[in-house]
Design a binder for this molecule. Structure first.
Ligand SMILES: *Cc1c(COP(=O)(O)O)cnc(C)c1O
Length: 444
């Protein structure tokens, strides 16, 4: 499988090189040269496949022969060590829980998959890579955990001092080994600016292979297709079990996915799964006050803005990096896109109210991102006659304890994954300037 740059000004490259480089030399995002739908009967019989088999079928064409089938299957089995349940919170409204992994946010699958691909490509110890990543919270933890102990990969994580939650800070500063944390005196944008500068700095890139581990990297982005396959399989099984209505009727319902979106990597992976034949009728991009896409669908003008801070901070993105891939998946046709994607934006007040509603009426503790997803889904379903909907619950509420209402916070037990990092010693190097980052990278 070949990948080309969406800036159209760089040579085509292999899966392997696209994963190692992250971004194309012309700063464009990589996109697959060809996309082939899977046979219809795969989706018709999806209940008869295991999760590992579903994942393999969805990703194999994108990896091609660069990782032999048996090795790819082993990587997938190693990545998917936890569950992805759907939970019915109201009739026909399901939460897809993507927080059962080691850092309790959905980024675990992409981070683990990317780490294992890099490690595979470094088998002969000649492709040593340094992953440099800026985080506002969840990405850092997922990358730290996903890459821990992976041969041939060093990880350097920049995070803004005092701006991530205690749990998030523990997740990225206590692991040691090949993971190092830099505590930056500044805000997230400062961290991101330093990372971007490093990628363009020849005095660094001539000495080491830097790569990024956010969703611009195809190995972090594409495995997110799996979630949609797993959810569809479970929904079909539930519809079969449900004796109150005949199977045919539930199968005729429209299927809507609502995805709390920041950089639009997760939703874009869902659209790729749809392209492969997964029968999804409509996507809803649910978001907070950062609503560049919501506005775009309404006005036709795409206007990136500086991000504003909200309680669903993983979605505080003013210029979503994956949106260009979404446009490509819809042939850059605005009308086609508008038929497949709707988008709604919610305030922090509405998000709080939704968390309380879910807790009091549905006995469900959602995190702020999941709550935004729920709101977008409900809004869409009000307008549809006969639909089933799934919202993605992208993080465990414990990760957002400081913004939860007291009753909800008190109801949550601390999960094992969180307990295990709580008492550990924090190790981070404090920096304030780009030169300090550069010295840190070049020191070894
Ligand atoms: C990263 C993240 C998102 C946004 O996902 P994108 O793929 O960037 O759109 C939503 N919720 C949580 C909890 C996240 O960590």
């Amino acid at each position: 499988m070949n990948y080309y740059s969406l800036n159209n000004n760089a040579p085509k490259t292999s899966f392997k090189d696209a994963v190692i480089k992250g971004l194309a030399p012309d700063k464009g995002l990589y996109f697959p040269d060809q996309i082939s739908a899977l046979p219809k009967n795969f989706f018709e019989n999806i209940e008869s496949y295991t999760n590992n088999e579903i994942a393999f079928e969805l990703i194999k064409q994108f990896v091609g022969n660069e990782i032999p089938e048996d090795d790819l299957k082993a990587i997938i089995a190693d990545v998917l060590q936890f569950d992805f349940p759907i939970v019915e919170v109201e009739k026909d409204v399901y939460s897809l829980e993507l927080f059962h992994g080691p850092t309790m946010a959905f980024k675990d699958v992409g981070a683990r998959f990317m780490a294992r691909c890099l490690s595979y490509f470094n088998k002969e110890n000649i492709n040593h890579v340094t992953v440099l990543v800026a985080t506002s919270g969840d990405t850092g933890g997922a990358v730290a955990s996903g890459f821990l102990g992976v041969n041939g990969v060093d990880v350097v994580i920049l995070y803004p001092s005092g701006k991530v939650s205690d749990i998030q800070e523990n997740q990225l500063t206590t692991l040691g080994q090949n993971i190092r944390a830099l505590e930056v005196h500044g805000v997230f944008d400062d961290c991101q600016a330093m990372v971007k500068k490093a990628f363009l700095d020849e005095s660094i890139t001539s000495k080491m292979q830097l790569t990024s581990a956010n969703s611009i990297n195809i190995a972090r982005w594409l495995p997110q297709m799996f979630y949609f396959g797993f959810a569809y399989k479970q929904l079909k099984l539930k519809n079969k079990d449900c004796h109150s209505e005949p199977v045919e009727e539930s199968q005729n319902k429209k299927l809507v996915f609502s995805i709390p979106s920041g950089n639009y990597g997760n939703i874009c992976a869902g659209m790729m799964a749809q392209k492969l034949g997964l029968p999804i009728d409509l996507f809803v991009a649910s978001t907070n006050a950062n609503k560049v896409v919501t506005d775009y669908l309404e006005t036709g003008n795409y206007e990136p803005k500086p991000s504003v801070q909200t309680i669903s901070n993983a979605m505080d993105v003013g210029d979503p990096s994956n949106f260009i891939r979404i446009e490509k998946l819809h042939n850059n046709d605005f009308e086609v896109l508008k038929r497949n994607l709707h988008s709604y934006s919610y305030s922090d007040g509405e998000t709080h109210a939704a968390m309380l509603h879910l807790f009091n009426n549905c006995n469900y503790a959602a995190d702020p991102h999941g709550a935004v997803g729920y709101l977008g889904l409900k809004k869409e379903m009000e307008q549809l006659e006969n639909a089933q909907g799934i919202f993605l619950e992208t993080a465990h509420p414990i990760k957002f304890l400081p913004v939860l209402d007291e009753d909800i916070a008190n109801s949550i037990e601390i999960p094992e994954q969180i307990k295990s990092v709580l008492g550990k010693e924090k190790v981070a190097t404090e920096i304030s300037t780009y030169d300090e980052l550069k010295n840190f990278l070049l020191e070894e």
